[in-house]
Write a protein that binds this ligand. Structure first.
Ligand code: NAD
Length: 428
């Protein structure tokens, strides 16, 4: 007999900040400096649309399980909204709201014509079969069929979602619209209209902004000691490319813990191990440490590339790096910002450091729409130029207002979106 099970609300996390409030703390500082008009402030603070969808799935054993899905469109002022979809067991609507707003600011910082959105399904893919993941993806897409569209809202991969999941989104959307519509999603497999270089784009952007930061600090790239938290798409590519650029990667981590090696981690060996075992657990290429020990170990550059709220005030007090390059979204708690600033640590903020992914997503969308595909060389070269240009613009803005790079990035982004909003006017 069929049984209906509804998904459990996640337990509250005492070690987490409310991500939306955390984003708003930075937003408020920047808005204050800009002297943002109250009405514009209220407009930009609120997501324009928020959807909660119910996703009933028949599991492989015959049971029906009901998952909850979200899509938040924070802003469509600059163009179609853009943002990834994550499949995680503890995701909340507030987290998705914060991530959607970050996408608005990220697209503005890196100067691409998109607004911001984010989506999620509260589920644990590690406990699901591939068939169940496909059903969740297709039902989620079908429920949001009128929301998505190449000119409306364009999803992409994020935590625990990959190329195959993007292919299922594209196929489901195409089935409903009765035509093959590859520009509805980015981060697709190449053969379906994906872009060369998309998979590595976020890590490549992390590398570009790390090098820009080191140049500004007059620190040579060669032998710079780098520690990376997270060994998924962003973390593993960042570690690999930074090593390729001449840095010495002395620490990596994934959910199983951290691995330190002062003489240098063999990143390629770790990649092969993680590919074979789906985790670094049991890897012998470094001394095992806790996440906190990894984040506070002696190094020059720290790249948190796992998830939110990893740099708590306590961790921030222990951080020894000169530069933090935020590969993840929201890895530093707002309450830790001041501690890092006092310690003189340069923080390359998420909305700049990890914007390489959405930049190449933009390239992918452009290529799909014109039906002409670029070489890897062209993608990487244009990405590098856009990342370095964005870094310089943020750096100049921060200097001009005598604020950290994070606030500089927010000032730049909010100013651009607010000016566009003013020109468009308020429709009534
Ligand atoms: P992923 O699922 O590929 O990898 C996440 C990694 O973090 C895994 O190695 C996992 O083991 C590790 N991890 C998870 N929880 C952890 C914990 N508590 N402590 C330590 N490690 C932990 O995800 P991803 O695509 O690499 O995304 C990572 C971060 O980067 C997220 O914040 C995401 O929003 C952000 N981001 C991703 C992209 C992209 O293009 N994929 C773009 C911009 C930002």
């Amino acid at each position: 007999m069929e049984q209906t099970v509804s998904y459990q609300e996640p337990a509250p996390f005492p070690d987490r900040e409310n991500p939306f409030e955390s984003m708003m703390k930075r937003f408020d500082v920047a808005a204050d400096i800009l002297g943002l008009e109250q009405g514009v402030y209220e407009y930009l603070k609120r997501p324009v649309r928020q959807y909660i969808v119910s996703i009933p799935i028949q599991m492989d054993d015959g049971r029906i399980e009901v998952f909850e899905g979200y899509r938040v469109i924070h802003s469509d002022v600059m163009g179609p909204s853009k943002g990834g979809v994550r499949f995680t067991p503890d995701v909340t609507l507030d987290e998705v709201k914060a991530l959607a707003a970050w996408m608005t600011w990220k697209c503005a910082v890196v100067n691409i014509p998109f607004g911001g959105a984010k989506g999620a399904v509260r589920c644990d893919p590690a406990k699901l079969t591939r068939v169940e993941v496909e059903k969740i993806t297709r039902r989620y897409t079908a429920n949001l069929i009128d929301v998505f569209g190449p000119d409306k809202d364009v999803p992409a991969p994020d935590m625990n979602t990959d190329e195959q999941i993007m292919a299922w989104i594209m196929d489901t959307y195409s089935m409903h619209t009765h035509r093959t519509e590859n520009a509805v999603v980015t981060g697709k497999p190449l053969i379906l209209g994906g872009s060369l270089g998309r998979k590595e784009a976020t890590g490549r952007g992390v590398m570009a902004t790390t090098i820009s930061a080191l140049e500004r600090l007059n620190v040579p790239v060669s032998k710079t000691r780098v520690v990376v938290q997270g060994f998924g798409n962003v973390g593993s590519v960042s570690a690999s490319l930074l090593q390729g650029a001449g840095c010495l990667v002395t620490g990596i981590s994934d959910i199983s813990g951290g691995y330190l090696n002062k003489r240098g981690i063999d990143v390629q060996d770790a990649l092969a191990y993680a590919a074979a075992h789906r985790t670094l657990e049991g890897w012998k290429g470094g001394e095992w440490v806790t996440q906190e020990e990894l984040l506070t170990t002696e190094c020059d550059v720290l790249v948190p590339a796992a998830k939110e709220d990893q740099i708590t005030p306590a961790v921030a007090r222990g951080v020894k790096a000169r530069v933090i390059v935020e590969g993840a979204n929201g890895p530093t708690m707002a309450s830790a910002d001041g501690i890092l600033e006092e310690k003189g640590i340069m923080v390359v903020p998420d909305i700049l450091a990890n914007s390489g992914g959405v930049t190449v997503s933009y390239f992918e969308w452009v290529q799909d729409r014109i039906g002409y595909f670029w070489s890897l060389e062209r993608v990487n070269q244009r990405l590098d130029v856009m990342m370095r240009t964005a870094f310089e613009a943020v750096f100049q803005t921060a200097q001009q207002h005598r604020v950290p790079l994070r606030i500089g990035a927010y000032i730049m982004a909010i100013d651009k979106v607010a000016k566009t909003l003013k020109l468009r006017g308020i429709y009534a």
